[in-house]
Design a binder for this molecule. Structure first.
Ligand code: SAH
Ligand code: SF4
Length: 395
């Protein structure tokens, strides 16, 4: 007998006002409240719904289980019902490259056949996953390779948290059900620094990060999640209030004239307006300090005068300045500042009392470094096109 023949038309279904989605619905990416609502809509008694959400949540986000049949604290009948209406689905890994330095770059496929990149960066005391929030980016920062790729679409909350789940699968670090909490984590930090502008996809990013921070699931502290924005000012206050994670800002210049050229969103929200929004961030979000990202471009933004101006601009903001040596990409209109220049710049900032770490480019051999995420996708696409062309059309 087929499912359709056996599925009973219950009174619940008939009395539910909500429109039922067609086909099985993915539970990944729903907030607790949304999951509660869909369970109720599928017949779970309201009184039980919260508890059921808690149980399912722990299986999905605590233990990494994808098969309802394994959720042994639920009745067999309920598990079967869940399997009929829902799936637990995450993006599919298309390819994985491992750099000489241990950095892993994944190309993952999301609905519609689009692809985004996810990078895992192991360090001695932590492991950081750099995730994407959009396919491409609508902004056109002139030094960024992703910015030359047109936006295809926003990722859903499920596709965003799904990148974290995919990486935990690959690192094989889902705890066994019932195991005591393990404090050592291969994947201990998340940065929203992959493809896309996270604050142009606010709700989905927020919901996904809420799932990452939930104490009964993936359990990452909000202090271990950093959202990087090019400066979408109206959403900065919302990030403080509704997510409360760490904030990184793609600052990159100390005058409006230069920032207009490097980060064109500056024409909409200039340095003054941006700095005002940043000043209130730490208090509202109760986070320690803001990371100022500053890409070092030879002869463009890397002078001593820039360093002194930077210090003056951020006065009074608890800050750390992350200096990023420019990562070159084919056709890029900039060059990386020399190591001596970067060090001299860092010293000025350090002497003014700010931490000024110079970011070591990771995974360069596999084009996984900041701002390089695009070419590999296009390469992969191209090679597949070529393969198809070779196979089908014969030149
Ligand atoms: N859209 C967001 C997050 C993604 S970019 C933002 O702009 O903040 C993550 C960081 O990489 C940003 O600070 C960005 O400015 C930086 N970046 C982009 N291209 C780069 C390049 N070619 N070399 C070094 N850093 C780059
Ligand atoms: Fe988009 Fe960020 Fe690249 Fe600018 S730096 S184009 S905002 S991804």
């Amino acid at each position: 007998m087929t499912m359709t023949q056996t599925a009973p038309i219950t009174q619940d279904v008939l009395t539910i006002p909500r429109k039922m989605p067609e086909g099985p619905m993915n539970l990944v990416g729903l907030t607790r409240e949304q999951m509660r609502e869909v369970l109720i809509a599928h017949g779970t008694p309201e009184k039980q719904a919260k508890m059921r959400v808690g149980q399912i949540w722990q299986w999905i986000y605590g233990w990494g289980v994808r098969d309802f049949a394994e959720m042994t604290n639920l009745s067999k009948a309920f598990r079967a019902e869940l399997a009929e209406s829902f799936v637990i689905a995450i993006p599919e890994v298309v390819s994985k490259q491992v750099s000489e330095d241990g950095t892993r770059k994944y190309l993952v496929r999301i609905a519609g056949g689009h692809e985004v990149e996810v990078v895992y960066i192991p360090e001695e005391t932590r492991g950081t996953l750099c995730i994407s929030s959009q396919v491409g980016c609508t902004l056109t920062c002139s030094f960024c390779h992703t910015g030359t790729q047109k936006l295809v679409r926003n990722l859903t909350a499920g596709e965003i948290i799904g990148q974290v789940m995919m990486a935990r699968d690959d690192l094989n670090e889902w705890p066994e059900p019932g195991a005591p909490k393990d404090e050592t984590r291969l994947l201990s930090n998340i940065v929203l620094m992959g493809m896309g502008e996270p604050l142009y996809n606010f709700e989905n990013v927020r919901d996904a990060m809420k799932i990452a921070m939930d104490p009964e699931g993936i359990q990452l502290s909000r202090r271990r999640i950093t959202l990087s924005t090019s400066g979408v000012v109206p959403e900065i206050a919302r990030t403080a209030q509704e997510i409360g994670c760490q904030l990184a800002i793609s600052f990159h210049a100390t005058t409006d004239e230069v920032r207009d050229r490097l980060v064109p969103i500056n024409k909409k929200w200039n340095l003054e307006v941006l700095l005002e929004a940043l000043r209130s961030y730490p208090k509202v979000s109760n986070s320690e300090r803001i990371t100022f990202e500053y890409v070092m471009l030879k002869g463009v933004n890397d002078s001593d005068a820039d360093a002194h101006r930077l210090v003056r601009l951020i006065e009074g903001i608890p800050a750390k300045i992350n200096l990023i040596p420019f990562n070159e990409w084919p056709g890029a209109p900039y060059e990386r500042s020399s190591n001596n220049r970067i060090r001299a710049f860092a010293d000025i900032i350090y002497n003014a009392g700010y931490a000024s770490p110079i970011r070591t480019p990771r995974g360069e051999d596999i084009m996984a470094a900041c701002g390089q995420l695009k070419s590999a996708t296009e390469r992969a696409r191209k090679s597949r096109r070529e393969i198809e062309a070779d196979a089908g059309l014969g030149g």
